[in-house]
Design a protein around this ligand. Structure first.
Ligand code: DON
Length: 309
């Protein structure tokens, strides 16, 4: 006789097997040179339920750069440091069909906090006396939300992106020219890139997901760590805008609010149930992990995680 946990493990192992059919598809991101140095066949899956149960598979201790999943933390921080109105008069809330690093914000302000223009805007709203203090605050926030001491800063990724990030640099100067912020454009850009360069593993990210799934309350103590308003806003933006220009299709097929990053990680949150993080570096044309998005679709069905049905 299998226990429930053993049964769940078997279901997940089967789901992983089905998703690995897609492992020949996609390309590792190379527009940030250092990102091309990852092992394309790395794979990790971590699921953390709100009751604290963990399911971990593959390279779940492997550290990768958080990339755009940092946009979730930046939004939590900005909502902590400013009122909701102050945030959303600077950045819009709408999905976009433009690429995540498009130079075209819509109507001068960025379409949403989860594309680069939006996250650079959000970076300008993080409080602190200087760049270091602002970064240390977001870094500490990630440590606190994941309840982990394994969070690191990936210097090589940071340098590699800072040396090559002409597009994000242009976006930052453009937003400043439109008076979206008045801070130094280089410093705002730097804060954004530093946050993308934070190193984390799939389990620690899944912990952050579980916290969001638990309404922002610590899984053990029940103490509120993220406000209810922030959870509501972050999850709805993940659902509508978290998977770049494929967000609508992903929500239709998978039904899990999610945020992806170009290192190949996707963080999914099933409210009331669990946080899920898949890591597999080969990406589709939109920048979403191919195995990751397919595994989330399969798991949504096999573990009954779709928020709509
Ligand atoms: O700004 C960049 O291009 C990367 N640091 C992050 C891109 C990413 O993960 C997708 N962005 N939404």
């Amino acid at each position: 006789m299998f226990t429930n946990k053993e049964k769940t493990i078997k279901i997940i192992e089967k789901s992983i097997e089905k998703s690995l059919v897609y492992s020949n598809e996609g390309e590792v991101a190379s527009y940030i040179p250092e990102l091309a140095n990852v092992n394309p066949t790395d794979f990790a899956l971590s699921i953390v339920y709100v009751d604290g149960q963990e399911y971990k598979f593959g390279d779940y201790n492997k550290i990768f750069s958080i990339q755009s999943i940092s946009k979730v933390i930046l939004l939590i921080m900005a909502l902590n440091d400013n009122s909701i109105n102050e945030v959303f008069e600077k950045v819009d809330t709408e999905p976009t069909k433009y690429k995540f690093n498009s130079l075209i914000p819509i109507d001068n302000i960025a379409a949403n906090p989860f594309i680069n223009a939006g996250a650079i805007t959000i970076s300008s709203l993080i409080k602190g006396k200087d760049l270091n203090e602002k970064f240390n605050r977001t870094f500490d926030k990630i440590k606190k939300l994941s309840n982990s001491d394994k969070i690191s800063f990936l210097e090589e990724i940071y340098k590699s992106e800072m040396d090559t990030t002409d597009v994000n640099r242009s976006i930052s100067y453009y937003l400043r020219s439109k008076k979206i912020f008045s801070l130094d454009a280089e410093e705002v850009l730097d804060l954004y890139i530093r946050n993308c360069s934070i190193g984390i593993n799939s389990t620690d990210l899944a912990h952050i997901g579980a916290l969001l799934a638990n309404g922002g309350k610590d899984l053990e103590s029940g103490v509120e760590i993220i406000s209810k308003d922030s959870v509501r806003i972050v999850l709805s933006q993940m659902a509508s805008c978290g998977m770049y220009e494929e967000s609508g299709r992903f929500l239709l097929e998978v039904g899990i609010p999610s945020k992806s990053g170009v290192s190949g990680a996707i963080l999914g949150v099933v409210p009331g149930k669990c946080g899920i993080c898949v890591y597999s570096p080969k990406l589709d044309k939109s920048g979403n992990s191919v195995v990751g998005k397919n595994l989330l679709k399969i798991l949504s069905n096999d573990l009954d995680l779709n928020i709509f049905v």
